[in-house]
Design a protein around this ligand. Structure first.
Ligand code: THU
Length: 131
């Protein structure tokens, strides 16, 4: 298991690679797999605006495409005084693949709080409803 400073550090480094020319709002994410690997993501914006992909989603889809299917934690970093939580669609996608993981929020200087995904996405719709 990676220590939390390492996970947050990876999210901060990923944030440096954000492509955010339209909003100027750079976000980094670092997803820790059950095996202790760290897969990072940054937000990547698009001139259509709507095709922009959030940092959390980039990290998640990279990880799944690399064969990871069990996760422990995700760290999300932005350069804001208050914590930047994952948006609604990212919460839904994280729930699908990660379940009730820990969500660590931080800025460039410090840790800003810990949440469980179930707390951020109460009463989720998921595969249980399709069976
Ligand atoms: N963004 C993320 O990458 N993750 C979040 O948790 C919140 C928002 C991005 C999307 C867009 O590129 C920019 O931040 C402003 O919304």
């Amino acid at each position: 298991m990676a220590d939390e400073a390492t996970l947050i550090g990876a999210a901060r480094a990923a944030r440096e690679r954000a492509v955010a020319p339209y909003s100027g709002f750079k976000v980094g994410a670092a997803l820790e797999t059950a095996g202790g690997a760290i897969v990072t993501g940054c937000n990547i914006e698009n001139a259509t605006y709507g095709l922009t992909v959030c940092a959390e989603r980039v990290a998640l889809l990279k990880a799944v495409s690399e064969g990871h299917r069990a996760f422990r934690r995700i760290a999300v970093v932005a350069a804001t005084e208050d914590a930047t939580p994952p948006c609604g669609p990212c919460r839904q996608l994280l729930w699908e693949f990660c379940g009730d993981i820990e969500v660590v929020l931080a800025n460039l200087e410090r840790d800003l709080g810990h949440h469980r995904l179930a707390e951020l996405l109460p009463l989720p719709f998921d595969a249980r409803f399709l069976s």
